[in-house]
Design a protein around this ligand. Structure first.
Ligand code: SF4
Length: 200
């Protein structure tokens, strides 16, 4: 089901998009913003990308409740609390929000030429490690717009690559493990990663 902006809410900070070079583009409405971004990239000799999709992904990552499914569909179930891998009970919603922000960041990295894909054997090796890790947490699957944003980001970053469905988000790094395991990413600065972690 397509995803669109929730017109009954105001976008936090206005209608803007930050491109991979750090330039912030603003406009009165979303169509003008996409046009402005397309014109800017053309003038700057940059790859055209997909302004409308990138704006949607970035805005939904920044403010998940500003995005919603735009067609008729089943009523989503109420938010649930899940038992995490280490037995701790807690909402998966906060981690999901952090993961969406991470995705927007990685999409920016890709636009700048980074976060390229690793081999499928390397991705499978990493996925097996994350799948058995206590910090791999189930994400909030009841948030339809979050699911759509993750799906769009996956399409942009790893295409049709196979993903390990046991993977969710990393509690320490706030990354989407399904996607991160496929990408060449810089070493994280976070402390406390377990010895087995492939990101160390
Ligand atoms: S990235 Fe490292 S710490 Fe995070 S879930 Fe995977 S193995 Fe565990």
């Amino acid at each position: 089901m397509p995803i669109g902006f929730n017109r009954s809410l105001a976008p936090q900070g206005g209608r803007y998009f930050i491109d991979e070079d750090g330039v912030k583009h603003k406009a009165e409405n979303w169509d003008f913003l996409a046009l402005r971004l397309a014109n800017y990239r053309k003038r700057a000799g940059k790859p055209p990308g997909n302004p409308a999709a990138e704006i949607l992904a970035q805005v939904c990552a920044r403010q998940p409740n500003y995005c919603q499914e735009t067609g008729p569909g089943p009523t989503p179930p109420p938010p649930t609390h899940r038992v995490n891998a280490d037995g701790e009970r807690g909402s998966s919603g906060k981690l999901t929000e952090r993961v969406l922000k991470w995705l927007a960041h990685v999409i920016g990295m890709r636009r700048a030429g980074g976060a390229q894909r690793v081999s499928s054997s390397e991705a499978a090796r990493r996925a097996a490690i994350c799948a058995g890790c206590v910090y791999n947490r189930i994400l909030n699957e009841s948030c339809g717009s979050c699911n759509r944003t993750r799906k769009m980001a996956a399409e942009a970053l790893i295409g049709g690559a196979r993903v390990n469905t046991k993977l969710g988000g990393c509690k320490i790094l706030s990354q989407d493990n399904r996607i991160a395991t496929h990408l060449d990413l810089p070493k994280p600065s976070e402390e406390g990663l377990p010895g087995h972690c492939w990101r160390k």
